[in-house]
Ligand binder design. Structure first.
Ligand SMILES: [Zn+2]
Length: 80
């Protein structure tokens, strides 16, 4: 897992309730990543998951049905 830093505003999530990790819809490449990790018994930060601070968590959570790249594009467009 990556250190918990908000993907949108780079806020450091020091406290547990400062925000949270959101898992987005898996793209084909994400499914392949998982398969590869299983095969090699590896662990890593899933490419379809990101941390969000309290301020951005709600909006990001509403977009979790989208692949992460599309969700982020939407979130960035809306600004911080
Ligand atoms: Zn944020």
């Amino acid at each position: 897992m990556r250190p918990p830093i908000c993907k949108i505003c780079d806020k450091n999530l020091e406290e547990k309730d400062d925000g949270g990790l959101i898992y987005f819809k898996k793209r084909q490449s994400d499914v392949e990543w998982e398969k590869r990790m299983e095969e090699i018994g590896g662990v890593g930060h899933p490419p379809y998951a990101e941390w969000f601070c309290k301020k951005h968590f709600k909006k990001a959570n509403e977009l979790r049905h989208l692949p992460i790249d599309e969700a982020l594009k939407n979130l960035m467009l809306e600004g911080t």
